[in-house]
Design a protein around this ligand. Sequence first.
Ligand code: FES
Length: 127
Amino acid sequence: MTPRLVPAHHDAVRRTDRPLTVTVDGTQVTGVAGQSLAGVLLAAGRTAWRTGRTGAPRGVFCGIGVCYDCLVTVNGERDVRACQRRARDGDTVTTQSRAPRPRSPAPDAASHAPEPPDAAGRTAGRP
Ligand code: FES
């Protein structure tokens, strides 16, 4: 089996192949009117555009709006399923990440040491 694309002027559904351009993380990507955002990204060679909690790459998994693996930010709207959103000319897409942020260094042990009792033998914050 070989992939093929029927030229628009021979397409029975009267496809027009009107080009569109979306910006993905500052890079312009071209597509065709009618494609989903995921379709535009895949056609541009991007198979992953998000990272999960573990840092693993994510892109299209189900393609039908069920798994939420394809989430992107579109024109400032977070958590848009790229497989369900039709691309519009001029859309601005920003990829998202659920990878955990690096942890701050462990606090110094001395900062958590209990305060010494006062002259009466009381500790701070306790009666
Ligand atoms: S790929 Fe599963 S919701 Fe988009």
